[in-house]
Design a protein around this ligand. Structure first.
Ligand code: SAH
Length: 488
């Protein structure tokens, strides 16, 4: 049985090109096994009395060879591997014993005892493969580890492996000494090469490698850092993108806003330096923004992988554009990882569809953080019905907002949903109509961060809410926008 004294399996990656492999079984499991073997270039022979449709089609067009009928030992002859994937334990055992006797490596699906080799769970990135095995004892655990790895390594690893494999001979010739080669690799991988591949700039990546092969020495040139402008989403760490997670895993320095939740920060690389660069209320905004620019440049120049982490999406009321301009001006490499912006997250977590075939044909993202920003808005356009307004940074300006919308003719009965701390455990949703908006916000002491959704669709918060507590405030009768139309 499986105890700690069982020696570990010996891992190995087999070259099966042109080699025969016998798969016994004709169902879905056998098909999956056959498919993976075909991918590896094996000559697949499937033995089963009957084949499921795909296998039958492949047998028909010659991709695989079909041996009909019950398993016979002589079909193992010439095979390098055998896989027993039938649902008949007796047949599986027979295949295992026959294979053992003929020294053919055998795997019996889901049977550690009978198997002489295990097929690992794996992550594939081009020629780069990461195989995970629990020795067959805990395949679910292996799968779990695989999932984590899957999230951690993006497609650029495949491109990188392909690129390096193609230049293998030249790389060896350039750095014949293994120590020098290792140092060169470390330098290459710490540099912008992979970032270029991630940004699908393969040509530039190739040129960079070329240049390195021609001129690079192992003395170590100045390291170049980079900045990733990353959207952290509204707070729920589940709303991070895979790319954001990967970039956070590789970060040396994280410059983050106050808006970024602790749960998200907890997912970043443990020894990354974390710097809060949130703007203090009442602070001089320009100095602060200039200081953020300076910090990004300074750390990138020191060769660090900098993550500039922002709440929501970096390009939605996040000054991301200005930050990129500054990086560009300083010649620093950057990439942008979008995040789920507050409007999308708050709408989703409040059960409010931002658009709706019957109630809203457009949605606008607007900011209302001060009088000056309000003055630049086109109120006549904003007051039109059947559109949704998502208002950022508006908590302090609700009075003015209401007055202007009403003055431009928006119906005072237009529903709103005010979402405070959207997607976070402490989320609150206040609903009501435009007429009572400032009063309700005050009664419930709504604080930033809060997002206002105004428009016919906001009424859905009453009926479609699913996250956290039910909405506070006044219910729009019926909890659906139709009622407003009827009353009109
Ligand atoms: N770049 C961010 C917005 C920054 S402006 C994004 O894309 O979401 C800050 C404003 O965003 C806040 O005043 C608030 O209106 C809104 N906001 C951000 N996170 C929020 C959250 N979790 N819940 C409600 N509103 C949020």
């Amino acid at each position: 049985m499986f105890t700690e004294t069982v020696p570990p399996l010996y891992p190995l990656f087999a070259d099966l090109r042109g080699r025969s492999v016998l798969v016994v079984g004709g169902g879905a499991v056998a098909r999956r096994k056959a498919e993976a073997l075909l991918q590896a270039g094996a000559r697949v022979i499937v033995n089963a009395p009957a084949l499921e449709p795909d296998l039958a089609a492949w047998a028909g067009n010659g991709r695989i060879t079909h041996r009909a009928g019950r398993f016979r030992r002589e079909w193992l002859r010439g095979a390098w591997l055998a896989i027993a994937a039938t649902d008949d334990p007796a047949v599986n055992r027979e295949v295992a014993e026959a294979a053992e006797a003929q020294r053919v490596w055998v795997n019996v699906v889901d049977d550690v005892e009978l198997s002489r080799f295990q097929v690992p769970a794996r992550v594939e990135r081009g020629p780069l493969q990461i195989a995970v095995s629990s020795g067959g004892g805990a395949p679910m655990l292996a799968r779990l580890v695989r999932e984590r790895l899957e999230a951690q390594f993006d497609e650029s690893f495949g491109a990188l492996a392909t690129l390096l494999a193609r230049r293998r001979a030249r790389i060896r010739a350039r750095w014949p000494d293994i120590g020098a080669r290792r140092r060169a690799f470390a330098r290459l991988l710490a540099g912008p090469l992979q970032g270029l591949l991630r940004r699908r700039r393969h040509l530039e990546a190739e040129r960079l490698l070329e240049a390195e092969l021609r001129t690079g020495d192992d003395g170590g040139s100045a390291a170049t850092g980079s900045v990733a402008l990353v959207g952290a989403g509204p707070g729920d760490p589940g709303l991070l993108t895979l790319r954001a997670l990967r970039v956070l895993n590789e970060a040396d320095v994280i410059l983050h806003d106050r808006l970024v939740s602790a749960e998200v920060l907890a997912l970043a690389r443990r020894d990354a330096e974390r710097i809060t660069v949130g703007k203090q209320a009442g602070g001089d905004r320009h100095t602060t923004q200039a200081r953020i620019h300076a910090l990004m440049v300074e750390h990138a120049r020191a060769g660090k992988r900098v993550v500039r982490l922002k709440g929501g999406d970096p390009f939605v009321f996040g000054r991301g554009g200005e930050e990129l301009e500054s990086l560009r001006a300083h010649g620093i490499d950057y990439e942008v990882v979008p995040g789920i912006t507050a409007a999308l997250a708050c709408a989703a977590y409040a059960g409010v569809p931002l658009t709706h075939r019957d109630h809203a044909q457009s949605a606008r993202l607007v900011t209302a953080h001060c009088k000056a920003s309000l003055d630049t808005l086109d109120w006549a356009a904003l007051a039109q019905e059947r559109q949704t307004l998502a208002v950022y940074m508006g908590v302090a300006m609700l009075d003015t907002l209401r007055a202007r919308l009403l003055a431009h003719g928006r119906d005072p009965r237009t529903p709103f949903a005010l979402v405070e701390n959207g997607s976070r455990p402490e989320q609150r949703v206040i609903t009501g109509t435009l007429r009572e908006l400032p009063a309700l916000a005050e009664r419930h002491a709504v604080r930033a961060p809060a997002l206002l959704i105004l428009g016919e669709v906001a009424a859905f918060a009453q009926s479609l809410h699913w996250f956290g507590a039910a909405p506070l405030g006044t219910a729009v009768a019926g909890g659906s926008p139709g009622v407003l139309d009827e009353a009109a």
